[in-house]
Design a protein around this ligand. Structure first.
Ligand code: FES
Length: 165
């Protein structure tokens, strides 16, 4: 799969992973903050990070891996070149977000959390982007879009794919 190249997530690096672990390791229950920051920075929890985290926090790899796979917030695979979040919060739902969510999954032929077979787009759901006045809202590689209907979604996907070429 192509790595994310739009700067929304950074490519995995051992150095950054160690720095993140060091920032949290003295805290009680450091595992979750470490994993959340790794997910936010790299867009996934790399298998190499699992090894580093386990060693630094004195946990088994199975324990760390178990948490990564248990929580839907965490992804084990590198995300697609673009990451598109569809808001399914209440305000967006009242403006057709469920129809948009269904359309997004059909159009991309993936479920939420999935990446298209060409590695171009990862589809995610979110439950409020703070853009309720312009529902339904979508986040494309960190850029907020409002009043997105099905046709608008398709245009955003096409533009993302074109940008990635
Ligand atoms: S509920 Fe979608 S932006 Fe707030």
């Amino acid at each position: 799969m192509a790595p994310n190249t739009k700067g929304f997530y950074l490519p995995w690096s051992q150095e950054r992973t160690v720095a993140i672990v060091e920032r949290h390791r003295a805290k009680r229950g450091a595992l979750m903050p470490v994993l959340h920051e790794l997910q936010d920075v790299f867009g996934h929890i790399d298998a190499r990070a699992v090894d580093l985290v386990a060693e630094a926090l004195n946990l088994s790899k199975a324990e760390v891996y178990g948490v990564v796979t248990f929580y839907k917030d965490f992804r084990s695979e590198v995300p697609g070149t673009s990451v598109i979040h569809v808001c399914r919060g209440e305000a967006c739902q009242s403006m057709g977000a469920e129809r948009l969510a269904r359309h997004a999954r059909e159009h991309l032929a993936v479920d939420f959390g999935g990446t298209t077979s060409d590695g171009a787009v990862t589809l995610e759901q979110v439950f409020c982007l703070g853009n309720c006045a312009l529902s339904p809202a979508v986040l494309v590689d960190g850029r907020l879009k409002g009043r997105v209907d099905e046709a608008g979604f398709d245009e955003l996907v096409a533009a993302s794919r074109a940008e990635a070429r």
